[in-house]
Design a protein around this ligand. Structure first.
Ligand SMILES: [Zn+2]
Length: 619
């Protein structure tokens, strides 16, 4: 265990049984934002206050403020391609005040290449500022004490890219999705202190939980779809739209609220939309003046969830049907796996990205579409599955993307099997992941899962380590524990860590604790070491087949035995068979003398080298 994690256990902020430690703490920021989109552009002018509560035992001599839109700034470092003409001036903050004290934002305290001791501070002011690329740091002569709330207020101006890039931005002149768009206080936690990682677009974000009160003023004729509840529907809808909106909140039948052909643009004049969301880790919104909107209500436990599809009319017939898929997704997640009731009032898929891509935000997703129905169905599910991780359980996506993308991928295997049961598509998602995994697994760049996600600079590395490898680890874990116990462990983990920030150890310790098994041998191979899925059949020795674990991962072992009378049988072994840590195992075969061949079955779990999976016995 790395030192910073050991420290957390020593300080009892986390517990060895995977629970929150008795001294667990987490800071929070409550945001009040007034934003205005400037007509004819995707410029946003904002005014906001943040009430930031320091629940840590530390006096904070620094506060880090993330400025994600600097990702699109001329000269910024980024992992995505953006045409030069679409670069912006980034995020420009002005009138920053801390508890009423004006901060001189031009007094940049950064001194390059010099030791901290030589850095000159402006002695006349309590607060000085230094800039990195996508965040600024405020340094305080008088630190912010524990158990105190500090008020930050600021004006700002930014521009969202006028093209779709890195899962946000404009689709065209009519519609856009705004994500990572406002200045946000970074996370200060018990493991790393401040999150001072640059945002390059390769990884997602690490954000604290807080309440959001957001007013968004948009040009005439535009509609806004956002995280949270809309507080002033009567102000922004025509009376027909309002009636349809109200009906959609309770009716299980599809209600058409907006149709691009009949949208009452004249009635909706320069409206300000007011949203409120409590205890969420981010706020995103879509703006459009020509999408369609269909919605209904789906019952989950003792409440009703408003389910919304807002979509580009360019692919009307396919996208409209996604409401049905979305509701089945909400039901699957709530009742089957993980089996935790959908935790918010509504979900909205905002669909219209001109490429096949998707991005989760609390209570909503910004999705693209494909001309393949199954891809759209699975994308809708995948983004909705992110409701649980990283949003409800607040995953640090900068360092541990496998703790959220891996789950969304694994859950999509399971949903696909349920949704397409007894059809040719039942294992579509699983097969797709197996073949992608088999193509790229086992390379040098496939570092152990535990390596921080933001160190993954090879593009394929991110797909392998954030999505496929962890999804297969969760699948192997399910084989190992059995579906029932696995589900109990997963539900307990989610319930323990909802609204909190778990690390990989909190996840692993919870599974050890709840399953009553010491799974450290399993975690060692899957999380902390290099390894890939590759088994080989080497020989048969006195009625035992010898299996070599070439890739080293504890994977399930499924053998197909074919006998001289053409009869076949299957032997299944869970990954537990590798718990001794040996790289060779022996499996006893019944009636070995009549055997013609032994084959590793690899259609439900990857195996990178198929050439060593068959043993033919010469008679
Ligand atoms: Zn995802």
């Amino acid at each position: 265990m790395p030192r910073e994690f050991k420290e957390a256990y020593k300080n009892k902020t986390r517990a060895h049984n995977g629970n929150l430690g008795e001294h667990y703490w987490q800071n929070s920021g409550n945001y009040v934002i007034e934003a205005e989109i400037i007509p004819g552009s995707w410029k946003i002018i904002g005014k906001q206050t943040i009430l930031y509560t320091n629940n840590s035992p530390d006096s904070l001599s620094e506060i880090v403020i993330k400025m994600y839109p600097n990702h699109y700034k001329k000269g910024g470092v980024r992992a995505n391609k953006i045409p030069l003409k679409n670069l912006t001036d980034g995020m420009v903050i002005s009138n920053l005040m801390v508890n009423g004290e004006v901060v001189n934002l031009n007094m940049d305290a950064s001194v390059s290449n010099l030791a901290h001791a030589t850095k000159e501070k402006n002695k006349n002011s309590n607060i000085s500022v230094s800039y990195n690329s996508t965040f600024l740091t405020l340094e305080f002569n008088q630190p912010i004490p524990p158990n105190s709330t500090t008020k930050f207020s600021m004006d700002w101006e930014t521009e969202m890219p006028s093209i779709y890039v890195n899962k946000i931005g404009a689709y065209d002149g009519e519609s856009a999705f705004m994500g990572y768009w406002y200045p946000q206080i970074a996370v200060y936690d018990d493991i790393d202190g401040w999150d001072k990682n640059e945002y390059t677009g390769a990884q997602e974000c690490y954000t604290d939980f807080g309440d959001f009160n957001v007013k968004i003023k948009v040009p005439k004729g535009n509609y806004v779809f956002a995280t949270g509840d809309l507080l002033n529907p009567k102000d922004v809808f025509s009376s027909e739209e309002y009636s349809a909106y109200v009906l959609s909140k309770t009716s299980p039948e599809n209600t058409n609220i907006l149709n691009h052909k009949t949208t009452s643009k004249a009635l909706n004049s320069e409206a300000t939309w007011f949203f409120k969301a409590e205890n969420v880790r981010d706020f995103g919104f879509g703006v459009t003046n020509n999408f369609n909107w269909v919605a209904n209500a789906t019952a989950v436990e003792n409440k009703v969830v408003s389910s919304n599809i807002v979509y580009s009319h360019k692919d009307e017939k396919n996208l409209r049907d996604l409401l049905n898929t979305q509701n089945k997704s909400i039901q699957y997640l709530s009742n089957k796996l993980p089996g935790v009731a959908y935790p918010y009032n509504s979900f909205t898929s905002f669909i219209g990205v001109p490429e096949f891509d998707g991005m989760e935000f609390p209570m909503m997703a910004n999705n693209g579409f494909s001309n393949r129905e199954i891809s759209n169905n699975l994308m809708t599910f995948h983004e909705l599955a992110h409701t649980y991780l990283p949003h409800w359980v607040g995953i640090n996506e900068v360092k541990y993307s496998w703790m959220e993308e891996g789950w969304a991928t694994f859950l999509t295997f399971k949903f696909c099997q349920d949704f397409y049961r007894d059809t040719a598509f039942e294992n579509y998602e699983l097969n797709r992941a197996i073949s992608s995994y088999n193509r790229s697994a086992g390379k040098q760049w496939e570092t152990p899962l535990f390596s921080p996600s933001n160190y993954m600079v090879v593009r394929n590395m991110h797909f392998q380590q954030s999505y496929r490898k962890p999804a297969f680890m969760y699948l192997a874990l399910e084989h190992l524990l059995g579906e029932k116990l696995f589900k109990i462990c997963l539900k307990t983990y989610l319930n323990r860590w909802k609204g909190k920030h778990p690390t990989p150890f909190d996840f692993m310790f919870t599974f050890n604790d709840v399953s009553g098994k010491n799974l450290n041998w399993f975690w060692k191979k899957w999380v902390f070491e290099y390894g890939y899925a590759d088994l080989a059949l080497t020989k048969i020795e006195s009625s035992k087949v010898v299996i070599e674990n070439i890739g080293g991962l504890p994977v399930p072992v499924s053998l197909k035995l074919t006998y001289a009378n053409n009869k076949t049988s299957i032997i299944n072994n869970s990954p537990e068979i590798w718990s001794s840590g040996k790289s060779n195992i022996l499996i006893e075969i019944i009636n070995a003398e009549d055997l013609i061949s032994v084959e590793l079955v690899t259609d439900t779990f990857p195996d990178v080298n198929p050439s060593n999976n068959l043993l033919e016995i010469k008679i």
